[in-house]
Design a protein. Structure first.
Lengths: 93, 231
């Protein structure tokens, strides 16, 4: 039990994950909604134990959400569809 | 004598190929669109009547006009250019409409035409010189530097403090190929296999390009965070 605890704390408190690139890859696949069950399970059990990867997960998730919510879309020019329709009918007449 | 004849024929074919290269690329483009649409439903290519064409445009194409304009704008950074690019895309969609299978993924089909128009027609005449030699970019970004995650920390809190401009500027400052995968995946929500079709690259390349693009984006965000004194 003691050794299990120290293993847990040892893992959780570590500064670097030895497999960070692999984890980063998998957590992005999960966030993109493309993960297999196996990958999801791996990530869940891994970030329970690995603080650096938990932070990576939060960071990637935050960035993805910000991209979706804060990237202001340009104003679509009014009458664009009408312009397209008239261009098409010009060509086809 | 025989060899000479064969060589002669090959040269002739070669010359014809050169003169027909525009036509050939047109045919290739049309074929690839057919494949893309037909693959999904595994059905025969159809012929649309004028009425049916109108319906397809109204019901399946025009609903994506805003997303297409946003994509075009983030590729060109110019309102007029973006508008031209979207119009060109719809003109091509009209021309190639028989390659589109109704009920299949219209958005991906249109994005693919848009992206091809941007590369084939637009980059050439654009005011900006083409900056990206793709091979060069890919090999440069294949280097360790970009693949290894950022060690100096970008914190969640720093990113949360950022307003839209900073995120948007960071995205816009990426090279077009990296910018594109982030737009398609994170802003437009395309799946990897759809992105592979839109970009004409294997899924593995989609994933590795996305991975690099995200590392580059984080580097930009970290620069902003440092400059703003978050930390």
């Amino acid at each position: 039990m003691g050794s299990l605890l120290s293993k847990w704390f040892g893992n959780f408190g570590k500064k670097q994950c030895a497999e960070r690139n692999k984890c980063l890859d998998i957590l992005n696949i999960v966030l993109d909604g493309e993960a297999t069950e196996e990958q999801k399970e791996y990530l869940e059990s891994h970030i329970d134990l690995c603080l650096p990867c938990l932070n990576d997960y939060k960071l990637e998730k935050t960035i993805k959400e910000l991209l979706q919510s804060k990237c202001e879309n340009p104003q679509v020019p009014t009458g664009l569809i009408e312009a397209i329709k008239s261009k098409i009918s010009e060509k086809t007449v | 004598m025989r060899i000479n004849q064969i060589t002669g024929i090959r040269e002739k074919i070669f010359r014809e190929k050169i003169s027909n290269i525009r036509h050939a690329s047109f045919l290739y483009f049309s074929l690839s669109l057919k494949l893309m649409s037909a693959e999904e439903e595994n059905e025969q290519v159809q012929q649309y009547s004028d009425n049916e064409k109108d319906t397809v445009f109204e019901k399946e194409f025009f609903p994506h006009v805003n997303a297409m304009y946003n994509f075009a704008y983030r590729l060109t950074f110019d309102e007029d250019d973006a508008k031209d690019l979207v119009q060109d895309t719809f003109m091509k969609a009209y021309r190639f409409i028989n390659s589109f299978q109704q009920g299949t993924n219209a958005k991906a089909w249109l994005f693919r035409i848009l992206k091809n128009s941007f590369i084939n027609d637009f980059r050439k005449k654009s005011k900006q010189p083409t900056k990206v030699d793709y091979q060069e970019v890919e090999s440069y970004y294949n280097s360790e530097k970009v693949d290894s995650p950022i060690t100096s920390d970008l914190r969640v809190e720093s990113v949360q403090h950022m307003i839209g401009d900073e995120i948007s500027n960071a995205l816009n400052s990426l090279e077009v190929d990296f910018r594109t995968v982030i737009i398609l995946c994170d802003l437009e929500g395309f799946k990897y296999d759809e992105m592979a079709k839109i970009l004409d690259i294997p899924i593995g390349t989609v994933r590795s390009r996305l991975h690099r693009a995200r590392n580059l984006l984080k580097e930009k965000l970290r620069d902003y965070a440092n400059k703003m004194g978050y930390k």
